[in-house]
Design a protein around this ligand. Structure first.
Ligand SMILES: C=C(O[C@@H]1C=C(C(=O)O)C=C[C@H]1O)C(=O)O
Ligand SMILES: NC(=O)CC[C@H](N)C(=O)O
Length: 698
């Protein structure tokens, strides 16, 4: 077995490198360790080779590179540096570092090989495409390193892309060989490996197997422990061949004072609508990370505490609770939801998972364990009535019989009409544009490759029915992941077009990030929008998130693939560029593990995720995003899940609800990249804000 150390500089592409190493180097075991781990240096010389990964910041800053800068002086372990790791190698040999005038984030560039005979570039053509994510570059100031390849940027700037030390086993590339759009990454890594093996043999290096130590000290994500084997629940259900409008059914339930959570596809053609019934004994699960209390009310009431702020503490209790409820092993395969968890998880819950604290007072998690549900399928039209309560046949029979004999009234138009208590307040254009410029300074300094800047807007109105608000929203802005939730802490009306993550019982996962937006207008045809969305800027925005999501998936899944790369899709008010990435859960992980580790959604942060979230927290005027930028979805009793990104959504927090005023909160924003213009970003944010805000104005 070959032991490779991969040093992570808190980047969002590290696990793509891990995947590339596994594909390129036979029979190897890769250990991922953070650059600032105190046990990194003492153990580094045990490995067959070291790969220094990319990352935010500068190779000259010890806060950014941690102990990486010291690895070069350790011994003669073969080292391969990628991007920040490459720059660190260049600094070690006294090259200087400067900012690029034209930053390169997510661009596919032709790399010209200047040393075709060097073994690192064996079987690589003289020009090949590689993706670059950098704002800094290394300037050769001496001949201690040989330049093997370069790119020629604007103004004929020659930027070194690959280097090798003439005698020591040190190599590096400035580009990202692991990006989905880079060529020859595998070839270059396998060439590096040949060089490393030859060096290790010649110098008789003593390689020590420390994998048992690292199995508990590396930074790989751990699965949420499952302490009990869940009991089997019995599912009672009945399917009726009938087409009924889900909103008409919800209207009826409302008129009967039945509460529910409603997840639907309001876009045409839709697929399924889920009405999770909130009966008087339904379990409501809610928790604020800053309180550390885990509450479940209703059926199987449960209360516990965990260490304040500890996401692991929360998920451990959630998993225990879910396992106690039980699972269902068989049922109607064409029905996506048989009962289980439905609700929201806040953006700050995702942040806490990255180790970034917040001072949010609202619930970070508000979920319902639904035991009774009605699922409507569109094609072929069917109504499924399901219950996981014991001996619930009478309810299933009663509802089925009601639905079979029901002649619904035509859906009533929404009665919602807002009486504004004060004009809608939002950041003025100048302030927003200034924040865009602040973001761009971080892009130029090398701290981020893309930042999803957002703002919150509050709309105070005279109290009005929130269900009627949702009905108007779904008509004005139909979207594939629309939903209406009425849970502890908030009422949420969403018209999100973006799937975050879906997984099935076999462990196949799919994420569908959206990045790249063009506002619709009478002049903006699909062809014109496609032309804009196929521009370098929009494609780069999307590619960065595709690579980031591959990294999120590669931590928990195998066989990670991009199944759709940058397709233009049309929505009610915008055209967007959409990709899809799939993978299969590793045996030790479940869907909830992936959800927990992939939050907050990369399309709402930018890349690299952790540094970008930190930067956004310092720039955004409103310090909390709350439910906006979080996720909404379900995790059903058969182990399946589907979650959307909370955008184009209005939230009515309980704390903002009084007898005389309802203050709804909406968020909107967009990804800022180096080629963004402050005016363009402001316009894009306004277009997205309008998609939900129009309900209050028209
Ligand atoms: C931030 C929002 O949207 C996000 C940003 C997008 C973009 O930058 O193109 C597209 C979809 C979302 O991932 C929003 O709608 O508020
Ligand atoms: N991807 C990277 O490793 C980037 C390195 C460095 N932060 C830069 O922007 O140049």
């Amino acid at each position: 077995m070959n032991h490779i150390l991969l040093v992570d500089h808190y980047d969002s592409f590290t696990y793509n490198l891990l995947d590339l190493i596994y594909k390129s180097i036979p029979n190897c075991h890769v250990t991922v360790v953070k650059c600032d781990a105190s046990d990194l240096l003492p153990h580094a010389t045990d490995f067959s080779a070291i790969v220094l990964g990319p990352g935010p910041g500068s190779p000259l800053s010890s806060a950014d590179v941690g102990y990486s800068s010291k690895l070069w002086t350790q011994s003669d372990v073969p080292v391969f540096g990628v991007c920040l790791g490459f720059q660190s190698l260049c600094c070690r040999f006294d090259w200087s570092i400067d900012r690029l005038a034209e930053v390169q984030h997510g661009y596919i560039c032709p790399v010209q090989v200047t040393a075709p005979d060097h073994p690192l570039l064996k079987d690589v053509p003289s020009v090949f495409d590689a993706v670059r994510y950098h704002s800094l570059y290394a300037i050769p100031t001496n001949t201690q390193l040989n330049v093997l390849a370069h790119c020629t940027d604007t103004n004929s700037l020659v930027v070194p892309m690959a280097v090798a030390h003439p005698t020591l086993p040190y190599y590096g590339v400035q580009f990202h060989p692991e990006s989905i759009c880079s060529q020859y990454g595998q070839q270059i890594f396998s060439n590096f490996w040949q060089l490393a093996v030859a060096h290790n043999e010649k110098s008789h290096r003593n390689i020590v197997d420390t994998s048992s130590y690292w199995s508990s000290h590396c930074c790989n994500p751990r699965s949420i422990p499952r302490t009990i084997t869940p009991p089997f629940l019995s599912l009672t259900y009945k399917s009726i061949d009938l087409a009924i409008d889900p909103v008409a059914l919800c209207d009826y339930l409302k008129s009967e004072s039945v509460k529910f959570q409603f997840l639907e596809s309001a876009a045409v053609p839709g697929k399924h609508s889920i009405i999770a019934i909130n009966d008087e004994s339904s379990s409501l699960i809610y928790s604020a990370l800053n309180s550390g209390t885990f509450n479940v009310t209703g059926y199987n009431t449960f209360y516990d505490t965990y260490e304040k702020g500890s996401v692991d503490g929360f998920y451990n209790l959630l998993q225990t609770y879910i396992d106690q409820q039980g699972t269902v092993s068989s049922g109607p395969a064409d029905v996506p939801f048989w009962g289980g968890i439905v609700g929201y998880i806040s953006y700050e819950a995702g942040m806490a998972g990255l180790g970034i604290a917040s001072d949010v007072k609202n619930y970070d998690f508000s979920l319902m364990f639904a035991r009774r549900s009605i699922v409507l399928s569109c094609n072929p039209p069917k109504v499924h009535i399901l219950s996981v309560y014991i001996h619930d046949d009478p309810w299933v029979k009663q509802i089925s019989s009601f639905i079979e004999h029901w002649s619904p009234e035509p859906v009533r138009e929404s009665t919602f009409s807002a009486i504004l208590k004060q004009p809608i307040a939002q950041l003025d254009r100048e302030k927003y544009e200034q924040m865009v410029r602040q973001c761009q300074e971080y892009l130029h300094s090398g701290d981020s490759y893309e930042l999803c800047l957002t703002q919150r807007v509050r709309v105070s109105i005279e109290p009005a029915d929130s269900w009627e608000f949702y009905k108007k929203l779904r008509r004005m802005n139909p979207a594939p992941y629309a939903c209406y939730l009425d849970l502890p802490g908030a009422i949420v009306a969403s018209s999100s077009p973006e799937r975050f993550l879906k997984w099935n019982a076999e462990g196949t996962c799919e994420l569908r990030p959206i990045k790249g937006t063009v506002k619709k207008s009478s002049e903006m045809t699909f062809e014109k929008a496609s032309e804009i969305l196929n521009s370098r800027k929009e494609r780069a925005e999307n590619l960065m998130i595709v690579d980031l999501i591959r990294h999120d998936l590669n931590q928990i899944c195998t066989n990670v693939e991009v199944s759709q790369l940058m397709k233009v899709e049309e929505y009610e008010t915008v055209y967007q560029l959409v990709s899809a990435i799939i993978g299969t859960l590793r045996r030790s992980f479940h869907g909830l593990d992936l959800l927990r580790h992939a939050l907050p959604p990369g399309s709402m942060t930018g890349a690299p995720k952790k540094r970008s979230v930190d930067i956004l927290k310092s720039i955004e005027q409103d310090k909390t995003r709350g439910i906006y930028s979080g996720v909404i979805g379900y995790l059903d009793v058969a182990g399946r899940g589907d979650w959307s990104v909370v955008i184009r959504t209005a939230v009515l927090y309980t704390k903002d609800t009084t007898d005389t005023t309802h203050t709804w909160t909406l968020g909107a924003g967009g990804a800022v990249v180096a080629l963004s213009t402050p005016e363009g970003e402001y316009e894009e944010m306004q277009a997205k804000l309008y998609s939900a805000c129009q309900v209050f104005l028209r």
